[in-house]
Ligand binder design. Structure first.
Ligand code: ATP
Length: 193
């Protein structure tokens, strides 16, 4: 999977719409302290479904919305769009939007989807909000000091099998619900005998 374009609007310090085209090969982002380099990485993680405000250096999820400065008023929403290209050369656009008081919404290629659908899409592509492919400041020491179970989760995410666990859990839930229905059916049939 390759990220081809990132479009931000109202996300943290990116108050005005900003478009970043990411060309094949190595991309470096340089700039003075506080210019928004880490915010860009957080925009990627946020669009991939990050649910922890703390890991986005905020107290609440709405902290990703531009909070205003002495000269510019705060924004009411933040939106990030990510264009990716899969191994099959197909392009997919993922959009996450948050409005004050209204929470987050996701779209894949213009269709409203659940957070889970976005998480599965990235898990299948062996990446995602918690993927070891995204290394933010302090993460290296976190990987080194991770417990074996945590390190296993990182390896599974890197291997692209994390999505299978989610699907297995879903399937097990459906199986339990079906078994409960069958039991009820047995009761109903027994009552009629
Ligand atoms: P460094 O090189 O020091 O790590 P950086 O280039 O990675 O810096 P960031 O940490 O990405 O910079 O950006 C920090 C800036 O983003 C700060 O100026 C901060 O005020 C601003 N910022 C963060 N959240 C918001 C927000 N919700 N609204 C407005 N500005 C924000």
């Amino acid at each position: 999977m390759q990220i081809k374009r990132l479009r931000l609007s109202g996300f943290k310090s990116f108050v005005d719409p900003a478009d970043l085209r990411i060309e094949p090969g190595l991309t470096g982002i340089v700039g003075p302290n506080g210019c928004g380099k880490s915010n860009l990485l957080e925009a990627l993680r946020w669009t991939m479904g990050e649910t922890s405000a703390r890991s986005l250096r905020g107290a609440g999820m709405e902290d990703v919305i531009f909070a205003g400065t002495a000269t510019r008023p705060a924004r009411e929403f933040a939106e990030v769009s990510m264009l990716i290209e899969g191994a099959d050369a197909e392009e997919t656009e993922i959009v996450r939007r948050i409005e004050r008081g209204a929470g987050s919404a996701y779209r894949i290629d213009g269709r409203d989807v659940r957070a889970k659908d976005v998480a599965l899409l990235f898990a299948d592509a062996a990446t995602g909000a918690h993927s070891p492919a995204l290394v933010s400041q302090g993460r290296i020491s976190a990987v080194i000091s991770a417990k074996p179970t945590e390190r296993r989760a990182m390896l599974e995410e890197a291997a692209g099998i994390a999505g299978l666990h989610v699907r297995r859990k879903d399937a097990e839930q459906k199986l339990r619900a079906t078994e409960a229905n069958l039991l009820r059916l047995d009761d109903v049939i027994a009552d009629q005998d």
